[in-house]
Design a protein around this ligand. Structure first.
Ligand code: 5GP
Ligand code: ZN
Length: 128
């Protein structure tokens, strides 16, 4: 149990209460949801960078890829399998990209772990 703030919530509880993707997972904030099970949610990115641009998140709050531990292996494996299934369902298996931005310097703007599934156009390399 971590420190309790003046609002009576632990710091972890306060992060999860305010986190945008936790709020989407709790359906407090609307999103165009394409897949959901007990562990994972997938929804369309609000600012798509390709014809197909889906975010796949574990429902459990993890801040970023840098915060993963061995106990997350099954969950993250499942997250990638869901991304693969969606690529198939959305018809982009001829070429798609899965991206995980980790840290502000790499372009992470929402600090709840997520992978971007991008498809429906040609992608360049190296990424910007
Ligand atoms: P990041 O920059 O952290 O790798 O990716 C965060 C993504 O979340 C961005 O592509 C951004 O467009 C998307 N995003 C930010 N706010 C919302 C929102 O309220 N709803 C949805 N569906 N996507 C969002
Ligand atoms: Zn969260």
């Amino acid at each position: 149990m971590d420190a309790t703030g003046t609002d009576g919530l632990s710091r972890t509880d306060a992060v999860e209460r305010d986190c945008l993707f936790c709020r989407i997972a709790r359906r407090e904030v609307h999103a165009d949801v394409l897949f959901e099970d007990d562990r994972v949610l997938a929804f369309r990115d609000i600012n798509p960078q390709a014809p197909v641009h889906v975010l796949v998140i574990p429902k459990r709050h993890i801040g970023s890829l840098a915060d993963l531990t061995g106990s997350d292996e099954d969950l993250m494996g499942h997250t990638f399998v869901v991304a693969s299934s969606l690529a198939s369902e959305l018809g982009v298996t001829d070429g798609f990209r899965v991206v995980g931005n980790c840290g502000e310097k790499a372009g992470q703007s929402v600090f709840h772990i997520h992978i971007h599934l991008l498809g429906g156009r040609r992608f360049g390399w190296p990424p910007g």
